[in-house]
Design a protein around this ligand. Structure first.
Ligand code: EPU
Length: 448
């Protein structure tokens, strides 16, 4: 039988091409969707119990459909209770392994190892593979699970794991990886004994996962030095949980308001999840205010250059980097963006330069501190000089976050741009076209 990766199936093809005519200030209100990077992990957490779990504010995006497809394969009953509420119930894990068609699709199957080991003691999960932003290995995940007693055999496209019962361990992460922290949390909550994860990531999406797990009966503490301690419990119960708003989507629309010299209110946006981003917007000349339902963003003065370094939370998140870089093409002076999370996350700037932007990449660390990529051959720092008039172009999206960067570039450019590769954008943004149109963007789509 030939296995067709989900990536080659119809849902992996563009559904639309976008056509955007720039130069229009965006004005109006939109509602933030639930966070992709929280909800997809929370759906996995539902596997930890045989009772039903209900999640609210679930975005209707391809990435969620993919995770629900994986869960259904394992035996989860999936019921949509409303447009954004879903119930997942796994009274019994029927299959311990996910099929190979999910190999290379996303990073969710590897997070299922812990729950599946607790429910069935063994699993084979497909590997995520690298992508256009970097190699993205999973060595921290596997090393942590080994420390918890898992017996792991690595194969080219999958890992086979087996254990009688996972046991608590002290795991010191070499880097505060979001995925590895989540993986170890999902493994530790039902393990025998106490697990300490030091140098853990504490992104708001991880805290939201912890809140859900706590409601399910888990015992988890987060210390001020980013140490997470989990006292394992035998069983977890069902839960009803509302996912946090997507702070990447919010930042994207904030950048769009400021770049186009408009004003956008994002309902559901919460200041506490955006502190570093809001400071950066102010440094550039943007501003924000709290409204009854969220936050409103606008340009307060002519934009000026700034220096930014991406980092782990509470730093400037790497997924805010692309809309910010486009925004900086409109600021006076030379800005520096030092990307310290992914080694190869500036490939998308080549097409910005073709639109008229001045973006120079360097392998040097032009930030306050030398990062993990110091002295290596990765073009991970960008110097952006502005302001530059951008002109419309034919753009091909290489990955999700670069996707909104291109949409933003098209929104500020003179003339009309055509954007393909929109399947990447639509994997992570809910109804991007409708939301952009709601704030006055001149955007049309063509079915392909
Ligand atoms: N890393 C390793 N070994 C590991 C794990 C990570 O070397 O075992 C390295 C990675 O190669 C990378 C760095 O550590 O250089 C950080 O990776 P991390 O594990 O934190 O990222 P992730 O869990 O794979 C999630 C989000 C990303 C987001 C990052 C950082 C999901 C599904 N993905 O990835 O989101 O950029 O955290 O915040 O939650 C996106 O939504 O478009 C996206 C890429």
């Amino acid at each position: 039988m030939t296995i067709v990766s989900v990536l080659e199936q119809p849902m992996a093809k563009d559904r639309h091409t976008y056509s955007i005519t720039g130069g229009v200030p965006l004005e109006g209100s939109i509602t933030a969707s639930g966070a992709k990077n929280a909800v997809t992990k929370q759906l996995v957490a539902g596997l930890l119990t045989d009772q039903p779990c209900v999640l609210h504010k679930v975005p209707r995006i391809v990435e969620v459909d993919l995770v629900l497809g994986m869960l259904a394969e394992l035996g989860t009953e999936v019921t949509w209770l409303g447009e954004h509420s879903v119930r997942v119930h796994t009274p019994e894990v029927r299959e311990t392994s996910l099929s190979a068609m999910y190999s290379g699709v996303n990073r969710i199957p590897i997070l299922m190892m812990g729950p599946l080991l607790h429910r069935r003691g063994e699993t084979i999960v497909p590997l995520p593979g690298g992508c256009t932003i970097g190699k993205r290995p999973i060595d921290f995940h596997l090393e942590g699970l080994r420390q918890m007693g898992a017996d792991i055999a690595e194969h080219p496209t999958s890992v086979k794991v087996h254990v009688d019962r996972l046991a608590g361990a002290h795991i010191d992460l070499p880097f505060p990886s979001v995925g590895a922290t989540e993986n170890l949390l999902l493994a530790a909550v039902r393990a025998f004994g106490t697990t300490v994860i030091s140098n853990a990531a504490v992104e708001p999406e991880i805290v939201d996962l912890i809140l859900m797990l706590q409601k399910m009966g888990a015992l988890i503490t987060i210390d001020t030095d980013r140490t997470i301690t989990v006292e394992g419990v035998r069983e977890l119960r069902g839960v009803e949980h509302t996912t946090i708003a997507d702070r990447i989507e919010i930042a994207s629309f904030a950048a769009a308001a400021i770049a186009t010299d408009g004003r956008i209110e994002v309902r559901g946006a919460r200041q506490e999840h955006l502190v570093t981003y809001l400071n950066t917007l102010r440094h550039i000349g943007g501003d924000f205010a709290e409204t009854r339902d969220g936050l409103e963003f606008w340009r307060a003065r002519p934009l000026t250059a700034t220096d930014v370094e991406t980092g782990v939370h509470p730093g400037f998140m790497t997924d805010w980097q692309q809309p910010l870089t486009v925004l900086l093409t409109q600021a006076t002076g030379t800005s520096v963006v030092h990307e310290t999370i992914y080694e190869d996350r500036f490939g998308y700037t080549e097409q910005l330069s073709a639109m008229g932007a001045s973006v120079e990449l360097t392998t040097r660390c032009l930030g306050a501190v030398a990062c993990r990529f110091h002295g290596r051959d990765f073009q991970h720092t960008a110097k952006i000089s502005g302001p530059r008039r951008l002109h419309g172009a034919d753009l091909v999206i290489p990955d999700l976050r670069a996707g909104f960067g291109y949409v933003l570039a098209a929104l500020v450019a003179d003339g009309t741009s055509t954007i393909t590769g929109t399947r990447y954008l639509e994997r992570g943004y809910e109804q991007p076209v409708a939301k952009l149109a709601a704030v006055g963007a001149h955007i049309t789509t063509q079915s392909v």
